[in-house]
Design a protein around this ligand. Sequence first.
Ligand code: 0RA
Length: 661
Amino acid sequence: MPQYNADSLKVLEGLDAVRVRPGMYIGSTGSRGLHHLLWEIVDNAIDEAMGGYATEVQVTLYKDGSASVWDNGRGMPVDINQATGVSGVELIFTRLHAGGKFGNDNYAYSGGLHGVGASVVNALSRWLTVDVYRDYSHWQMKFTSEEEDDEGKVKAGIPSVPLTRVGNARKRGTLIRFLPDDRIFDTTEFQYETVRSRLEELAYLNKGLKISLEDERQKDPETARREYCFEGGIVDYVRFLNQGKSAVNEDPIFLTGVQNDVQVQMAIQYTDSYTDSFFSYVNNIPTREGGTHEIGAKTALTKVFNEYARRIGALKDKDNNLSGEDFREGMTCVLLVMVKNPQFEGQTKGKLGNTEVKPAVETVITNELTLYLEDLKHQQLGQALVEKALKSARVREAARRARDIARTKNELEAAPLVGKLSVCTGRNPKDNELFIVEGDSAGGSAKQGRDRRFQAILPLRGKPLNVEKKRLDAVLANEEFRSLITALGTGIGEDFSLSALKYDKVIILSDADQDGAHIRAILLTFFYRYMRELISEGHVYIGMPPLYQVRKGDTQHYAYDDRELKKVTAGLKGYVLQRYKGLGEMNPEQLWETTMDRQHRKLMQVTLDDAAAAERMISLLMGDKVDPRREYIISHADFNKEDQFDASHGAHAQQGNAAHS
Ligand code: 0RA
């Protein structure tokens, strides 16, 4: 047993605090918090690479539920820290906030959101082992959270095997393996897709770094091992995001520079689509709510392009400047900044607050984009982009007029426009739900079966317009969408206002087949493009009708997937099984019982967790390039799989009352 002095006792108390309030350190004890543990360790490995010491990071997920992270960096310090008399490794894993940072400048940019340190991971694991390879030696140390104190309380992250030289080694690096504690977490299963997509993203953000994933739980060798390395960094990333679209500039514009300690990289590729997609990151952390870095970049883009448009004579002295939106039409952009002390704000801490970052980014982008456009090689592109912006401005003006007309029309002819809508009687939007139902017959059942106090029904006839291929004016001209917009009450695009929302939940009800999936995708695309807050604030849901009815005598059970069907029918004899092919097959009572009743239904909440994946999925599925779409559909053709929305929209299944709170 290792010896403890008074100082280290205090340290142990510190780690115990982590187990008392895990949420304070990792946000939650759900799946998100679980993955946070892994990101914590991955961040340290990436820091080592960003410092220029490592070229490779490997993550492994094991069958026993543990995970490991390897980097070929310098190896954690194994020598004794003079002030404490404890080895560097032990300090890193037992001292809160010691992390790997040591006040070292190399680590100045590391994880703002994570950065709570490897010790937190240790405290929340059943066991953790470290292997350090450096100076031709292999060192090992182990920790455990299995021991109990006199009162039977678990002691967090106690060294169980002291740091020991276990052999010779030629390689250099650090391997950390840990088993998340199932007494802390609601789930201890690492999700393959969550891990894979984040590692891929990190590989794009860290040019030239080789990041691999090995998942020993996977049978298929292709999924079991993935390796990512992008020599083009974020330039490759925008190309990847735009795969489903037709590019205007094959070679993305790449701008980079440093200003007042803020490192800036930006890659831009224009496509022939009409929306803009801005993906920003601070210290490798996605900033979905934007912030000062985004504002700085957008300000610079608008300013430089307007100046350029004047210089080439596309704008005359008398003309007004074009708007930022006009220059951003069809733009996909990745912005990555490195900031010393990032302050994250906003609902989900996804917004950068540092005021000094705006002028820094603005300066870098202004200088670099000006130089880029002055280059004769880029003259043609520059002209084309100004043309595109001018056209966007003209259409925007036309759309504004159309919208005004739509608005007055709505007021004048509100009744006919929402004629298909069956409103609810309750007047409190917080209690109310809008079901968007595929097909008139299911719509009819829903109208009869609903609780009319809280539930409104909007039936959709046939497939709605695919908005991905349309500008706002065409969307507004479409009657189906006009009904929807009017029903929601929020307005659309720039005019969107969440506070005017008439329903707390907007629930899409479509069949569990390809057509149904297509309709869902079109509706989600519409919300994503024109009412994004509706999704990000958690108002959009997918209703999950059961796939089976099991009837025996007077009683009936419903099963929402094959696994549940097995459970329901286990030990049951002489039952009648019905497989529902569509919502239309259910009578009003059945539809109510299975799909609409708050007590029993299953809803999937659509979230924007992975906006980049959503963006890509939407352009692949809804865009106009046929080949990538076909490929995607072939490889993801199982439309009954619940995690279909995980990949594209990060949806989370919720059952019964859970979805109701
Ligand atoms: C501080 C000092 C040194 C290495 C590290 C931290 C280090 C930490 C981690 C965390 C994961 N992988 C890591 N690799 C290295 C050593 C400094 C030196 O060798 O002089």
